[in-house]
Design a protein around this ligand. Structure first.
Ligand code: UDP
Length: 235
């Protein structure tokens, strides 16, 4: 497969066309941003961790019946994926209060929810990815009713699978963000699942094992990303 011109550069990844119109190649960078791009930095080795970890998780999710864009890892930082059209929605599932949830409702982090919450944000950097309720997503034709049903079903499957997967590796899955795309008219999981997009707390120590170390200047950033990948690969 031939890597052709770059079609997109995001905060953490570049996307390239290939000689196959149904395939893209994504290239993961070490660049890190937070607070809608206000805080910028580099996390050495992050691209390798996020690429490898996402691929392991996407392969597991496929086994569990969640269709994903994952095709084949090419190198430490590059992966062949299905050429999807991304739905402009960030889908956030939460098992425990943290981050913007804790801030919005003025509650502490660490409240265990009986049932995971499901929320949508409209993917739009200029507007700062505002929270979007389902009826607004439908009104603006961001998704159809049928697509939204699929999104909700797959998001729950991802949460159930990953809660167990991480727990077996000594990590509590607090919350995460996923994105979906359309491929052959079907909704499939796209983007990435990594310490950039999940909150993971060590079961024993409660230590934050995710991008909050960068957001909140907690130190040991690179080491933490490496440790999460080590646990994801091993157990
Ligand atoms: N998240 C993400 N990208 C975003 C916003 C959130 O990957 O643009 C992830 C974040 O890492 C966390 C979850 O989604 O695991 C919930 O984030 P939250 O809404 O609490 O926002 P934050 O605290 O990051 O502002």
């Amino acid at each position: 497969m031939q890597k052709l011109e770059q079609i997109y550069e995001g905060k953490a990844k570049k996307v390239f066309k290939t000689d196959d119109v149904k395939r893209f190649i994504v290239d993961y960078k070490d660049d890190a941003t937070a607070f809608n791009g206000e805080k910028k930095g580099q996390i050495t080795g992050k691209g390798v961790v996020n690429n490898t970890m996402s691929n392991i998780i996407f392969a597991l999710l496929e086994e569990k019946g969640v269709p994903t864009h994952f095709v084949k890892q090419l190198s430490e930082r590059e992966t062949v994926v299905k050429a999807v059209k991304i739905l402009p929605l960030e889908v956030i599932m939460r098992n425990v209060s943290a981050g913007s949830f804790a801030k919005r409702y003025g509650v502490s982090e660490g409240i265990d929810f009986h049932e995971a919450t499901f929320e949508l944000s409209y993917k739009n950097d200029e507007l700062g990815d505002p929270l979007m309720c389902e009826s607004h997503a439908l009104a603006l034709k961001v998704v159809t009713k049928e697509q939204l049903e699929e999104v909700r079903k797959y998001a729950r499957m991802v949460n159930e699978t990953l809660k167990e997967f991480f727990l077996e590796r000594g990590l509590r899955l607090i919350d995460f963000k996923i994105e979906f795309g359309l491929y052959d008219g079907k909704v499939i999981l796209a983007d990435e699942i990594s310490p950039d997009t999940c909150r993971l707390w060590d079961v024993e120590t409660g230590e934050k094992m995710d991008k909050d170390r960068f957001r909140r200047d907690l130190g040991k950033i690179e080491e933490t990303y490496e440790e999460v990948l080590r646990r994801v690969k091993g157990k």
